[in-house]
Design a protein. Structure first.
Length: 352
């Protein structure tokens, strides 16, 4: 069980480190709800006082289920094939079984992550159901007399497990599932006065269907008003006054998701702004931070926009620009200066 938990934690950490925001935006369908059909095959063993490596047998599963949200799903899971147990020193006996479980599935990546879609997902699985075992003839026809040997047996099944699921296409994914199943005592015809445990490990393929199309974004309509025509008045040309243009500079500094410090070419824009302010000491500058509405929530986005604007302002004062010349604003995601969502992770500095 500890190994199963460690595997789930490692995979969960890996999936949260995947940048899924761009992938989610590129989908032409909603990541949930959807239905799925799955096939799996692997191996299982039931624990008893015998060499476990000699009790490993093949197993197979079929499942049908649905994810109602990107995080919560459920399935009907049928698993079975051959099972084996043993009596020391050297006697093993086979029997058949089938387990039907109703499982709850939680996607830990979307539960704790910031996106509704990840290519790699970690599912926590828990469920209950019934197990039926039969054809215990190897034991019943042997010379070994066990007082609780059965011809067929119905018992409960309680399951906990984890699954790694990787989307290889819109409708297809591959998975690895490891689960521990608790069954009634005497499931293996032996008595230990506590539940028997069965461990399964399976590779599988799932077909996903029933996705809903993502609604197209509403077009932005810009209504331009034509100015009213002015009457033509013939006048003698007058000498035009010489107007000295006031120096001004607009600087747009862009960021990646969750970044508040300019890097690379964006930092060079800050250096250019510092140079302009030093060459034009009579100018003042307004520094306004923004965040994109397509990521996070209003409270988080306000913090990002504040951090972006304040870091630019600090770079100016560290370079010797008088703080009295600097005005700082933070708009969060309430104002989107650009039509393209990702460009709104920006700080706009206007010096004039």
């Amino acid at each position: 069980m500890k190994k199963i938990l460690m595997l789930a934690i490692v995979a969960f950490s890996a999936c949260l480190n995947i940048s899924a925001q761009d992938a989610a935006e590129q989908l032409d369908y909603k990541p949930a709800p959807y239905m799925f059909i799955g096939l799996q095959g692997g191996a299982q063993t039931t624990f008893c006082n015998y060499d476990q490596l000699k009790l490993i047998t093949p197993t197979a599963s079929v499942s049908f289920g649905a994810f109602f949200t990107p995080t919560v799903g459920a399935r009907l899971h049928v698993n079975g094939m051959w099972n084996k147990s043993g009596i020391k020193p050297d006697f093993t006996y086979n029997y058949k079984y089938v387990t039907t479980d109703l499982d709850l599935m939680l996607n830990l990546c979307t539960l704790f992550g910031r996106s509704t879609y990840y290519p790699l997902n970690v599912y926590l699985i828990g469920g209950i159901g019934l197990n039926y075992a039969w054809e215990n003839d190897d034991l019943l026809n042997s010379s070994h007399s066990l007082p609780f040997a059965w011809e067929n047996r119905l018992s409960h099944n309680a399951r906990v497990g984890a699954m790694l699921d990787y989307n290889i296409a819109k409708h297809w994914s591959i998975n690895l599932e490891v689960s521990a199943n608790s069954l009634s005592d005497r499931y293996n015809s032996q008595v230990n006065y506590r539940d028997d445990w069965q461990l399964t490990a399976q590779l599988g393929l799932a077909y996903k269907f029933g996705f809903k199309a993502k609604p197209a974004p509403a077009p932005v309509v810009v209504v331009k008003e034509e100015p009213a025509p002015k009457p033509v008045v013939k006048e003698q040309p007058k000498p035009q006054p010489v107007v000295t243009k006031k120096p001004e500079l607009r600087t747009e500094i862009f960021y990646a998701i969750r970044e508040v410090v300019p890097v690379g070419a964006e930092k060079a824009k800050v250096d250019n702004l510092i140079k302009f302010l030093k060459e034009n000491p009579q100018t003042k500058v307004s520094v306004t931070g923004y965040a994109d509405v397509g990521t996070g929530n209003p409270k988080i986005n306000l913090g990002y926009s504040q951090g972006r604007a304040q870091n630019v302002a600090k770079a100016l004062t560290d370079a010797g620009i008088d703080a009295a010349r600097i005005t700082v604003y933070a708009k969060g995601d309430t104002v989107q200066p650009f039509a393209e969502n990702d460009k709104n992770r920006v700080t706009i500095a206007i010096a004039e």
